[in-house]
Design a protein. Sequence first.
Length: 371
Amino acid sequence: MFQNTHFSIKLYKAIFLSVAIFFTFSSCFASKPLNKVTIDYEKNNKNLNIFREELFYIQMQNVAQPFLDSCIKTGFIKTPDQNQIYYETFFLPETKGTILLIHGFTGFTKKFDEITYYFLTQGYNVVRYDQRGHGFSSREIKDSLSKVHIDNFETYIEDASLIYKEILIPNSENKPIFLFAHSMGGCVASLLIESYPEYFDGAILNAPMMGINLLGIPKPIIKAFVNTAIGFNKGASFAFDHQEFIPNEKVDIKKTSTKSKARYQYVSDLRNENIYYQTNGATFSWVDAALQATSDIFKPKQLKKVNIPILIFQAEKDNLVSPKEQERFAKRTGNTKIIFMPHLEHDTFNSKDTFLEAYYSEIFSFLEENL
C-alpha cells in the first residue's frame, strides 16, 4: 500500500514537472501578435525631395552623383581567408548616426546610389559594400563573373561583421548604428542580428529573403535535387534556368521586380557598362546555402536574441521571396513591424516617386524614433 502511494506521489511530481517545463518552453517561443500595417501612400516627408520619374537621369547625374562623389571614400578589407571585400564610406561633418547598407542577390553598391543620397541629405552617414561574389569583391569561383556562388551564408555574416568592426565602429562617433538590407541582404542581416545582437540600434529589412518562393515545389524536393547536383560535382554550375549575363538584353519592364522604368534603366545601364556588376545567376551551392540560411533564421535559440526594433517592408507583388516567412519572423521576435506595400514588386526602393514618398517617410520616421 505504502509502495503504491509512494509511486503515485512520484508520478504526480513527474507529471507536474513535465507540464511546467512544457508551458515554460512554450511561453519562450510562442508567437506574438503580428504587427502589420498597410502603408499610406498619401504620407510624405516634406523635408525630402524625391527624384521625379521624368527627370530621374538628370537629377541623378547633376544632383546626386556630384554630392556622392564629394564625400565618398573607397577601399578593400582583407578577410581572414585572404579574400578582399570592397567597401565605400560616405561620412558627413555632422551626423545623426551611421547606416550599414547590405545589397541583395546580384546587387552591388551603386545600385543604391539614390537611397544613399537620401540617407546623407537627412543627416546619416552610410557605409556600403559589395558582398562576396558581387561587384568588386572577391569571387569564390573564377570561371564566370555572372555566377553568384557561396558554400555557406556564415561567410557573408562574417564579412559583414568584419566591415562593422573595422569600418563602422572606428567612425561611428558613439552615435546610433542602423542596418538597411535588401532581399538576400535581408537574410544576411537577420542572421547577423541573431549572431551579434549588440551591433545595431535598429534595422530596416526591405523585402527580406527569409524564405524563397519555390513556385509551389516542396522544399525537401528542391533540396534533394540540389544535393544530387552537388553530389555530381555540379555545385559551381548554374542552378536550374540561371545563366550568363546578356549585355543590352531587351526586357519588358512589366516582368521585372520594379515599377519605375527610369530607375530600372539606370541600374541596367550600370550593369551593361561594368562587367563586375553583371552577376546574374546562382550556382547549386548558393541555392543549397540559401535554403539552409532561411531555415537557420528560425532557430528558436537565435530568435530569442533579437530585441532591437526592426521594420520590414513587404511588397504585395513580390514573387521572389516568401511573405509568410517574413510574418513568421515578425511574430517570433519582440519588436518587429511589417509595412505592407500594395501594388509594388520586390525592389520597392526602385518604384515610382508617387510610391516612394510614403516609403521614405516611413524609413526616416523609424530612424528618428530610434535615435
